[in-house]
Design a protein around this ligand. Structure first.
Ligand code: FPP
Length: 251
């Protein structure tokens, strides 16, 4: 069966999608840019550049199939440990990406949001983020969430510290912090739980991504490096997701 699906064209694969079982939130760990470049004899940054191109393709196909939220792990709180030149390159790439793709987002009616410790990013990137967030804020169907300087534990810690501050200052009166209250203090409280988490490059780890949101996420790992991950591969992941039995702890 899987072999037959593999041979289908993109359009035929799309026809197999069950419109009543579309994942609401898909999260992607875009891994393997560096290895992709190295294997081709290019510098690592070339892999990031090529990887950025895939983001547009995946956004458009996500919009087309009716996904509501798509999150991209763009820079983790641990990625500061990379060489300074690579870190700077990534920030410049992201700012340029937002500048170049603003019209594409507007044309496709895609809302853009960035989450993470955004205030620690260089000001040129913060400025671009604010600008694109503002210009796309009214779009409702698909929200593209770029997780930049993001860590799942850090997000929960930031929420806990904001809660502690609000309690000390009598802003929050709750005596008991339930899930709903904590969620309100996360970076983007409206973000629903992840239904499908995709990681490319063959690694099978969560790497501190969206920890609060993944308790019942279906995990999809592919050996393809992110720059090789095409629309067809995304649809394969959706079809695989639609064949899973989700029980959410029930029977
Ligand atoms: C992981 O590959 C990738 C990253 C840390 C950065 C992801 C960034 C992009 C795809 C480009 C810009 C993003 C946007 C949203 C426009 P890696 O470098 O860890 O690869 P490796 O494991 O093979 O070394």
């Amino acid at each position: 069966m899987q072999n037959q699906i593999n041979k289908l064209s993109l359009e035929d694969k799309i026809k197999l999608i069950n419109k009543h079982k579309i994942p609401r939130h898909v999260a992607i760990i875009m891994d393997g840019n560096g290895r992709w470049a190295k294997e081709k004899g290019y510098p690592r940054i070339f892999g990031h550049q090529e990887g950025a191109k895939r983001v547009e393709d995946i956004l458009k196909i996500a919009k087309r199939v009716g996904i509501s939220y798509i999150s991209f792990f763009s820079f983790s709180t641990e990625n500061w440990n990379r060489p300074k030149e690579e870190v700077e390159f990534l920030f410049t790439l992201m700012a340029n990406y937002l500048e170049d793709k603003k019209n594409m987002l507007l044309k496709n009616k895609i809302r853009f949001k960035a989450i993470g410790r955004i205030y620690e990013l260089p000001s040129f990137l913060q400025k671009k983020i604010k600008e694109v967030e503002e210009e796309t804020k009214d779009f409702k169907d698909l929200t593209a969430v770029f997780c930049i300087n993001y860590g799942g534990r850090q997000e929960i810690l930031d929420a806990v510290n904001k809660i502690a501050y609000d309690i000390r200052n009598n802003i929050l009166e709750d005596k008991y912090i339930c899930e709903n209250v904590l969620k309100k203090y996360l970076y983007l409280p409206e973000l629903p739980d992840v239904d499908l988490l995709i990681r490319t490059s063959g690694e099978k780890r969560i790497s501190n991504f969206l920890l609060w949101f993944i308790p019942y996420a279906e995990l999809y790992f592919t050996k393809k490096y992110w720059p090789d991950f095409k629309e067809e591969d995304f649809i394969d992941a959706i079809l695989d997701f639609q064949n899973r039995q989700r029980r959410f702890g029930g029977i």
